[in-house]
Design a protein around this ligand. Structure first.
Ligand SMILES: Cc1ncc(COP(=O)(O)O)c(C=O)c1O
Length: 445
């Protein structure tokens, strides 16, 4: 097969206008090399978006990959329906130890389904307790929780999901604390206003609401919106006060993205249900988890005929190879002191950001850990197209590839989301290429 011509004939790519695809993309990745991806004609690209925000250790052989190989030799797949398997049993114990206050682990195979499970658990929890009317959800504006029907309903982003509106559930929305573009000049007034609106929504709908769901620490897909200190803790308290469950989505932010392994612990905001995915396996296997407290779990116990158990399961639930990957990955975090390395990389990024903020087209920079969002604007309007009529988004992706970096911005927002274990040299290259791109766009704005 000739891989140099790209895969234009047969593959339908996600979030991609396929008419444009063949015009500019003929890259087929055939191998990894450190934090680089190598295509079929030997061109190398630094993975500047951690392969959709999940890569930790790069793209070559390492201890996590080795653990997966060993597991494949032992037992390549075995169902969790009616049987347990060793890696999923061991991983659950470790997750429960890491995620303070959580007691049981439900396995799925991607972030979106981990959210669907969280929704079903929340609704059935109240159902099992006889409160059948508590079935609505509250979520944040700019939230994103995945692409399945329930997850889209919760995380509605107008631009992404407009066409699917007829399929989606009605959800109560509360504001997200984004200072840029708001009427506020300081964060504390903004947070106060967001909390007041959240509280009034909770007060109004508490008898019908099963849960409030939010990303933990930051919203990434909604525009790299970083939550001000104390905000999430106060939301957790409001949920407790109004007897509405709190579901935290740590799929993109947990396991180190914002500098903490478990973000809700750093935010001092205990959830009832929490989801992890992406970096959990180092990005090597489609595995996600939904963790719950004893209190939630116990509501599902009872005589078989009472039908209280959770009716959910996937063919690949608790896949032993994925669980072996996650076990080795977590061990590697500890052995290689990854949180310290993330801290050093975070400081390096912070030291370079003033070079971006001087630009006349940079309107706002939002940074925490290994997440940076750089909002581009001209005359107070989002810079969505350039003078040469190119869409900013496409321009950044294509030009980055030409400079040897794989990037995925969000509209007019440049994103830096490197693999969590990235080396100093590679991080420097990533930042330098972004700066060069910014200078090009200044001329085209
Ligand atoms: C916060 C958040 N939740 C859920 C998801 C969905 O995860 P997946 O793409 O694995 O279905 C994502 C994906 O980007 C996400 O960022």
């Amino acid at each position: 097969m000739d891989l140099t011509k790209g895969d234009k004939e047969f593959v339908w790519h996600p979030y991609t206008q396929m008419r444009d695809w063949t015009k500019w993309n003929n890259r087929v990745i055939v191998k990894g090399d450190g934090f680089y991806l190598v295509d079929s004609i030997g061109r190398k690209y630094l993975d500047g978006s951690a392969s959709m925000w999940c890569n930790v250790w790069g793209h070559t052989h390492n201890k996590v990959v080795q653990a997966m190989i060993e597991q494949l030799k032992e037992v390549p797949h075995c169902t969790l329906f009616g049987l347990a398997n060793a890696p999923s049993t061991m991983l659950a114990e470790i997750l429960v130890r890491l995620a303070r206050g959580m007691h049981k682990v439900f396995y799925t195979d991607n972030g979106s389904t981990a959210i669907e499970v969280a929704m079903k658990i929340a609704v059935q929890y109240w159902h099992n307790k006889g409160k059948h009317q508590k079935k609505d959800f509250i979520s944040l504006e700019h939230g994103y929780h995945g692409d399945t029907i329930g997850a889209m309903s919760l995380g509605y982003i107008e631009n992404f999901f407009r066409a699917y509106r007829p399929l989606l559930l009605d959800v109560h929305r509360v504001p997200s604390p984004l200072l840029y573009g708001s009427k506020f000049t300081n964060e504390s007034d903004l947070v106060e206003c967001c909390l007041e609106k959240t509280e009034s929504t909770l007060k109004r709908h508490k008898d019908r609401c099963a849960a409030l769901i939010m990303e933990s620490g930051a919203q990434i897909a909604g525009g790299a919106i970083i939550f001000p200190t104390g905000y999430q803790r106060k939301i957790a308290k409001l949920c407790r006060d109004y007897d509405v469950l709190l579901i935290l989505d740590e799929i993109a932010t947990g396991f180190g993205r914002l500098g903490n392994i478990i973000e809700y612990i750093a935010q001092n905001s205990q959830p009832d249900i929490v989801c992890f995915g992406k970096a959990l396996t180092g990005g090597y296997f489609p595995l996600a988890v939904t963790l719950v407290t004893h209190c939630i779990f116990d509501a599902f116990l009872g005589k078989y005929r009472y039908n209280k158990h959770l009716y959910h399961g996937h063919t690949f639930t608790g896949h032993p190879v994925g669980c072996a990957a996650a076990l080795a990955n977590i061990e590697n975090y500890q052995n290689r002191n990854l949180t310290q390395q993330i801290k050093v990389s975070t400081e390096y990024i912070a030291s370079r950001l003033p070079e971006f903020s001087k630009s006349p087209i940079v309107a706002d920079i939002r940074h925490k850990g290994l997440l940076v969002g750089i909002e581009l604007a001209k005359n107070n309007k989002p810079l969505l197209t350039l003078k040469n009529k190119e869409i900013t988004n496409y321009f950044i992706m294509q030009q980055s590839l030409k400079m040897g970096v794989y990037q995925r911005p969000l509209g007019n927002i440049m994103l830096l989301i490197p693999p969590l274990g990235i080396t100093k040299t590679d991080l420097e290259k990533l930042v330098n290429v972004q700066l060069k791109l910014l200078r090009k766009m200044e001329k085209l704005s």
